[in-house]
Write a protein that binds this ligand. Structure first.
Ligand SMILES: Cc1cc2nc3c(=O)[nH]c(=O)nc-3n(C[C@H](O)[C@H](O)[C@H](O)COP(=O)(O)O)c2cc1C
Length: 221
């Protein structure tokens, strides 16, 4: 697969098969992803992968916190901080497309909550990864982490795997630090559930749109 095909075919998957990915494949992907560039080659990322019994345990612990109504306490602030105008509109459109495919009505609060809670079930994926960086670092280092994240996601495509990057997996970091053994002093930027896509899952029919070239770029001569 070439890079254009990988970029175009990657999409967020929210329904996975139980089949685990061999550890050797996960290691190979991480080995290649570490070639991602970073400012002054600082490589501020850390990637912790949780599978098997530890994954089951983590799911139970996260669901307990998420379902309790406890306020999220993410390391780097709330994901929707400062979101307004066209960004807010796109966020609503994203939710509308997702719930539309699932047939969940706007007024159906329970249906929406149940779908949201699936974040902490890792959408059924057998593996969940957590990308963290030192909490003392800022936005420019987060750029490096984002590049690492996209590198990972494209490699998953190349290896026939699927993934769901999830800001929601950084909302309740307590159990994650304990179970995923996040390095001391690091904060979780986001998580990523991954494995083999369940092509029969309705939710995976979602294909999110994008703003046009004119809307997102300017070419000056
Ligand atoms: C950093 C990041 C965090 C995200 N967090 C979540 C999340 O918590 N839950 C979720 O269902 N999707 C999450 N997504 C997926 C986005 O909704 C998705 O990337 C976007 O709608 C575009 O769709 P596509 O990835 O299928 O092209 C996240 C994506 C990124 C890049």
């Amino acid at each position: 697969m070439n890079i254009v095909e990988a970029i175009k075919s990657r999409k967020t998957i929210r329904g996975f098969k139980e089949t685990p990915v061999p550890a050797s494949v996960i290691e190979e992907i991480i080995d290649i992803a570490r070639r991602a560039p970073s400012n002054c080659n600082t490589q501020p990322w850390h990637f912790a992968v949780v599978s098997g019994g530890a994954r089951q345990n983590l799911e139970a612990r996260l669901l307990e916190e998420a379902a309790s109504g406890k306020a999220p306490y993410p390391a780097f602030g709330h994901w929707d901080k400062g979101i307004s105008g066209q960004y807010q509109q796109r966020r609503h459109q994203c939710a509308a497309e997702l719930y539309g495919v699932l047939g969940i009505e706007r007024e159906d609060k329970d249906g929406r909550n149940a779908q949201t809670l699936k974040n902490w079930r890792f959408f059924g994926a057998p593996h969940v990864g957590f990308i963290s960086m030192p909490s003392s670092l800022g936005i420019l280092n987060a750029v490096d982490v984002g590049i690492f994240l996209q590198t990972l996601m494209l490699l998953f495509v190349e290896y026939g795997l699927a993934s769901c990057p999830q800001v929601a997996l950084g909302y309740f970091p307590g159990p994650v630090h304990e179970i995923a053994k996040i390095p001391e002093g690091n904060g979780i930027v986001c998580g990523i559930s991954f494995g083999y896509a369940d092509d029969s899952a309705r939710v995976n029919r979602v294909r999110m749109g994008r703003a046009t070239v004119e809307e997102i770029s300017t070419l000056v001569e």
